[in-house]
Design a protein around this ligand. Structure first.
Ligand code: ADP
Ligand code: MG
Length: 204
C-alpha cells in the first residue's frame, strides 16, 4: 500500500542525506526507533508532505504522492505538540479534522461526542485548547486523527507525557483502528508502545 523507495533528504547540501526505504500494508505498524536527532520527525514530515525529498519516490497503491499536497494525502499526522488550532474550541478542532467545512453528519457529531467521552473529555467540547492540560490536548489530537479515519496514521511520539492509564486507553484505541486496517508509522521512545503496537521495529 505504502512504498517508500529510496527517499533521500538533507536539510543542507553539505549534510549526509538520509535514505529511507520501507513498505507498509493495511493494518501494519512500523515503529521507528532512534536517539533524539536521528531523523524520526524528518521522516514523518517527508511522508506527510511538509518536506520535499531530494530523490526517490513515495508510492501509495502504486501511485506517487510526491506531487500531492499534504492535506490531500491519505494520511493523518499527530505530532508531539502544536496539533491544535488555538483559536478554535475542542469540538471545532475535531470537526475541522473530519470535514474542512465542519459540516458533520448527525452520526459524525455523535461519534465526536462519544469519542470525547471515551478519552475522558466528555463535556469539554467547548473548551479552548489553552484551557486544557498537555495530556488533554494530546487526547484531542489523537481522537481527531482517529475520527478522520485515513488509511495511514503518522504518530510522532503521540503518547509522550501522558499518564499510564491514558496511554493504555489510547493504545487500545489505536489497536482497534489497526485491526480494522489502518496502517501506522510510529516514532516512540516507549518500549511498551512499540511492543504493543508495532509489527516491525526499524532502527534509524
Ligand atoms: P528526531 O525526531 O529523531 O529527534 P529530527 O528529524 O527532528 O530527529 O532531526 C534530525 C536532525 O535534523 C537533527 O540533527 C536536527 O537538528 C536536524 N533538523 C531538524 N529540523 C531541521 C531544520 N528545519 N533545519 C535544519 N536541521 C534540522
Ligand atoms: Mg522527533
Amino acid at each position: 500500500m505504502l512504498d517508500v523507495q529510496n527517499l533521500t533528504f538533507s536539510y543542507a547540501p553539505e549534510q549526509t542525506p538520509w535514505t529511507f526505504s520501507f513498505q507498509l500494508e493495511p493494518g501494519e505498524c512500523i515503529a521507528i526507533q532512534g536517539p533524539s536527532g536521528s531523523g524520526k520527525s524528518t521522516l514523518m514530515n517527508l511522508l506527510a508532505g511538509f518536506l520535499t525529498p531530494r530523490s526517490g519516490d513515495l508510492l501509495w497503491k502504486g501511485r506517487s504522492l510526491l506531487k500531492t499536497k499534504p492535506w490531500e494525502r491519505p494520511i493523518t499526522s499527530v505530532f508531539q505538540e502544536n496539533n491544535l488550532f488555538e483559536h478554535l474550541n475542542v469540538l471545532r478542532n475535531i470537526g475541522l479534522g473530519i470535514h474542512p467545512g465542519m459540516k458533520l453528519s448527525v452520526a459524525q457529531q455523535q461519534a465526536v461526542e462519544n469519542g470525547l467521552r471515551e478519552v475522558g473529555l466528555g463535556g469539554l467540547g467547548r473548551r479552548m485548547p489553552s484551557e486544557l492540560s498537555g495530556g488533554q490536548r494530546q487526547r484531542v489530537a489523537l481522537l481527531r486523527a482517529l475520527l478522520r479515519d485515513q488509511p495511514l496514521l503518522l504518530l510522532d511520539e503521540p503518547l509522550t507525557g501522558l499518564d499510564a492509564e491514558t496511554r493504555a486507553l489510547l493504545r487500545s484505541m489505536l489497536l482497534q483502528h489497526k485491526s480494522r486496517g489502518t496502517a501506522i508509522v510510529l516514532a516512540s521512545h516507549d518500549e511498551e508502545d512499540r511492543q504493543r503496537l508495532a509489527d516491525t521495529v526499524w532502527n534509524l
